[in-house]
Design a binder for this molecule. Sequence first.
Ligand SMILES: [Fe+2]
Ligand SMILES: [Fe+2]
Length: 192
Amino acid sequence: MERAGAVPEVLNRLHNEHADFARLLNLLDRQLALFADGSADYDMIGAILQYCMEYPDAVHHPKEDMIYGTLRSRDPALAAEIGDLEEDHRDLAEATRELSALIGRALAEEPVERGQVHDLTRDFIHRYRQHIAREELHVFPAARQILSDKDWAEIDGRLEGKGDPLFGKVVSDYFQALRTDIDDLAALVEGD
Ligand SMILES: [Fe+2]
Ligand SMILES: [Fe+2]
C-alpha cells in the first residue's frame, strides 16, 4: 500500500520526464518504417540518442539510482525482488552509446548495414519502454511506500539542478531541430 499524501516532488518530476521520453520513443518508432526504403532520418535518430546520453543517462537515471539506493538500504528484500535498477541503467547507457556510435558511422558515410541499424533501434525502443514501465509500476510505488519524508528531502537536497536541454525552458541550439520534430508530431497526433 502506498503512503497517503502528495506524491513527492522528485517522483513527480521523474514521472513527467517519462512522458517526455515516451514522446521521443514514439518519434523514433515512426522512423522504423522508413528504414526499408532508406528514408530514415539518421540525423534525428542521432540527436535522440545524443539527448539520451546528455539527460536521461546523466541526470534522470542518477536520481533514480539515489531513490533505489535508499530503498535498498531500507528494505533489501523488496529491492532484490524489484531487481537491480542501477545495473539496468548501466546496460541502457551502454546500448545507447553503441547505437549512437553506429548512427555516427552511418552519418559519416561509413558502410553500415541498414537492417542492423533498424533492429538495434527497434530493440532500443522496446527496452526503453520496458524500463520506464518497470519504474512506474514497481520502483516508484515501492519507493513511495518505503521512503520517509526525510528520505525524500535528503534526496531532493542532493540533486543537481542541471536543466533538460530538449524539453526544458531553454532548448540548446543542437536540439532545436529535434524539438521542432517533437512538436510537429504532437500537432499531427492531436489532428488525427
Ligand atoms: Fe531509469
Ligand atoms: Fe526513469
